[in-house]
Ligand binder design. Structure first.
Ligand code: MG
Length: 158
């Protein structure tokens, strides 16, 4: 077996006028995030980690925000497409570990649903997906409630 690790990071500005989608789950209490697609900061980080592990570039190359086809796009499609590209190279997803940084909403009650949704999109078991939540301690853009950030690490094998 050969293994490859990949890391992905993303940051989106908070936009109260939009619906929050995190890990493919609609979170009604919001706040939403600004972005060309559905602005799912967590799926973007995971997608970049998959592309990184397979050395296939980054999410901006594959799904440029300048492309009108991706306006309000479902970011689950980005992750599915990245995994399809990785599979074409013989790579299968082993696991995903993530951290979301946000002041609000508090994510604890949503985490099981988000893990299950990511696992479903990625075609792996729920226990292959980890989602951790942290606040920004009031210090930076996340801490001031102006942005949400996500980091993801994935392992691929072939
Ligand atoms: Mg993004």
């Amino acid at each position: 077996m050969t293994y490859r690790v990949g890391v992905g990071e993303d940051l989106h500005r908070v936009d109260d006028s939009r619906t929050l989608v995190l890990g493919g789950v609609i979170i009604e209490e919001g706040p939403g995030l600004a972005g060309h697609s559905d602005a799912d900061v967590l799926l973007h980080a995971i997608t970049d980690a998959v592309l990184g592990a397979a050395a296939l570039g980054d999410i901006g190359q594959h799904f440029p925000p300048s492309d009108p086809r991706f306006a309000d796009a479902d970011s689950a499609d980005f992750l599915r497409a990245a995994l399809r590209l990785a599979r074409e190279g013989g790579w299968e997803l082993v696991n995903v570990d993530t951290t979301v940084r946000t002041e609000r909403p508090k994510l604890a009650t949503y985490v099981p649903h988000i893990r299950a949704r990511i696992a479903s999109i990625a075609g792996v078991a729920d226990d292959a997906v980890s989602v951790k939540a942290k606040s920004g301690e009031g210090l930076d853009a996340v801490g001031r409630g102006e942005a949400m950030a996500a980091t993801a690490v994935v392992l691929l094998t072939r």
